[in-house]
Ligand binder design. Structure first.
Ligand code: NAG
Ligand code: NAG
Ligand code: NAG
Ligand code: NAG
Ligand code: NAG
Length: 531
């Protein structure tokens, strides 16, 4: 831009010089006659006129040049750049509900976009936890997934999802607890709205219980009739299981517990965080939940009371039944960022509470879990959380809290880094990107004719949301999480999967850190003798 302006300026200078030399030569030739004098005056007049016109032109073009430059400068302003990047053809796909009083059944619109090319190609790499996708699908890499392999997962599945030409069909076998199945299917529908044309044809089976179901011990490479294991989608994984890890329903809402969809809730948590500064927070470890879902949680309750020393923890039983009765006044997650330390402990399997606990800017004391959801696997001890041994909870917790109160800056950094992980790496866009890559990878493995079963029905956002008109939280969660237009930004760039050696090194490093913390803890307690 700037160079162009220079070029324009020097051309104008040449123009003036040429005009001037032309007039000088004319004058020398014609100066001796009166006529020539008249002509000269005339020419001088023309010259002055052209010069003034030229000056006016220059000033006008100068003005426009100034505008060009100022637009150029403004374009470098980030906020303006985002507005100018809004594509002219932004497609909006609002819910297309039939009139409320019409009693014809709601159908799926036929005019959903089937293709959409994102305008902004992605330059950012996805968070590290995407590197596990490949490993979750690896066991089918050689064989692919045949009809026979897939159908062996059916006895464990709550429903089958068939995606064909961008439309989604569901065959439900069993009702899931609360609205787990509803919001899981809703989430996949939103993914289809977000990335039209990018999800391949596929059939998948989904399990909505807490625990995985495809245990490695039941499948063996040497026994042909069990190999490869059946692919089953589930909310969490385990090192001894083959279940394919997928985001749980809570990202789109958990209305039964008044938990809003993640987009809205993460903003509320960010705000809630500002209410009490870290230094002003209660210098104890906080946990509130249902202790009856697993023995390890019941065991945790023992840490609350001790007549020998202050255990430094504050544990509270969440009685959901009474919470429901009082309108969830005592269970607002954004009101729970009041302690410097928060405890995460899994329930029957992974716990949905994990992302809420880690979002508080408080240092998370993470009781080493057995089950993992899709994003926890790349979190690092002492960077994002403080590791706690499951078989030494009370002692480890007390030491961690004392350490944090003695090293407040370091404890704050761990708390902040954990929350940054949740707020950045777990933005809804990344959750959808993760689902996209899992389904694309899974789709590549399909060695069967994707067919819509006779009992399946087509499902879309309209058929799910429109009939719900009671003004309740289910519909609100749906409205809040509805993807209104295809993503103008492409999915993040998928990082290379972990190589065997690289993964071993990553896990070794985590283990070394855990050992180091254990050593500090044990030294502290050895000095004090048994309690
Ligand atoms: C960019 O835009 C914002 C908001 O319009 C404004 O406050 C800011 O001063 C601008 N920055 C520059 C470098 O022009
Ligand atoms: C549809 O609504 C009309 C009146 O609003 C009613 O008479 C009719 O029975 C309804 N049909 C069905 C199938 O519910
Ligand atoms: C734990 O201790 C706190 C404070 O003393 C108390 O309010 C709370 O009810 C106790 N929790 C349990 C589960 O006993
Ligand atoms: C914290 O500091 C106190 C007082 O200096 C000390 O007695 C205690 O051992 C320290 N605890 C830890 C865990 O560092
Ligand atoms: C479809 O549903 C009917 C009735 O519930 C049942 O008898 C039939 O076996 C189902 N078909 C398949 C293929 O599952």
């Amino acid at each position: 831009m700037r160079e162009n302006i220079h070029v324009a300026q020097s051309t104008e200078d040449n123009h003036h010089q040429r005009q001037r030399s032309l007039i000088t030569s004319l004058r020398s030739k014609l100066a001796n006659t009166w006529i020539t004098t008249k002509i000269f005056i005339f020419l001088l007049f023309i010259f002055l006129l052209s010069a003034s016109l030229s000056w006016m032109f220059t000033s006008v073009s100068g003005e426009s040049r100034f505008q060009v430059t100022s637009i150029f400068t403004r374009n470098t302003n980030k906020s303006t750049t985002t507005t100018t990047n809004i594509p002219k053809l932004l497609i909006k796909i609002p819910l297309n509900c039939k009139a409320v009083n019409s009693n014809t059944t709601q159908t799926c619109p036929s005019n959903y976009p089937t293709k959409f090319k994102p305008e902004i190609s992605s330059s950012e790499t996805c968070p590290d936890y995407f590197r596990w996708i490949h490993r979750d699908l690896k066991v089918w890499q050689k064989t692919g997934i045949t009809r026979e392999t897939l159908e062996r997962a059916r006895p464990n599945a709550h429903f089958r999802v068939v995606i064909k030409s961008g439309r989604l069909y569901v065959d439900q076998y069993e009702k899931a607890f609360q609205t787990r199945d509803v919001f899981t299917i809703w989430g996949i529908l939103q993914l289809l709205r977000m990335y039209p044309g990018q999800i391949p044809d596929l059939e998948l089976l989904f399990l909505c219980h807490d625990r995985p179901a495809i245990w490695k011990r039941d499948f063996n490479r040497k026994r042909k009739n069990t190999w490869p294991p059946p692919p089953l989608f589930h909310y969490c994984g385990h090192r001894d299981a083959y279940d394919i890890v997928f985001p749980d329903w809570s990202f789109w809402g958990w209305p039964e517990l008044n938990i809003k969809e993640w987009n809205k809730l993460s903003v509320a948590l960010k705000e809630g965080n500002k209410r009490v500064k870290w230094d002003d927070r209660v210098p104890y470890a906080y946990w509130k939940g249902n202790p009856h879902v697993s023995p390890i949680r019941g065991d945790l309750m023992r840490c609350n009371v001790s007549d020998k020393y202050d255990p430094m923890v504050r544990l509270y039983v969440q009685d959901w039944r009474s919470e429901i009765e009082v309108g969830f006044r005592g269970s607002n997650l954004e009101d729970q960022c009041t302690h410097r330390y928060k405890i995460y402990i899994e329930g029957n399997a992974w716990s949905v509470s994990e992302k809420y606990i880690l979002s508080c800017d408080s240092m998370t004391l993470l009781v080493k879990p057995e089950y993992y959801d899709f994003f926890i696997r790349s979190m690092v001890p002492m960077k994002h959380y403080w590791p706690i041994r499951p078989n030494n909870k009370c002692g480890d917790l007390k030491f961690a809290v004392e350490w944090g109160n003695n090293h407040t800056e370091k404890a704050q950094v761990i708390g902040r880094q954990g929350s940054e992980y949740m707020m950045k790496n777990l933005e809804m866009k990344y959750v959808y990107d993760y689902m996209l890559y899992v389904l694309q990878g899974y789709g590549k493995l399909m060695k069967l004719d994707v067919t819509v079963p006779e009992n399946a029905t087509e499902v879309c956002s309209e058929t799910m949301a429109c009939p719900i008109t009671d003004g309740g939280l289910i519909r609100q969660c749906m409205d809040d999480s509805l993807v209104m237009s295809p993503s103008v930004k492409a999915a993040c760039y998928l990082p290379k999967p972990y190589g065997d050696y690289e993964l071993k090194r990553f896990l070794k490093k985590q283990e070394r850190t855990e050992r180091k913390v254990e050593k500090w803890t044990d030294e502290y307690w050895n000095l004090r003798g048994p309690t």
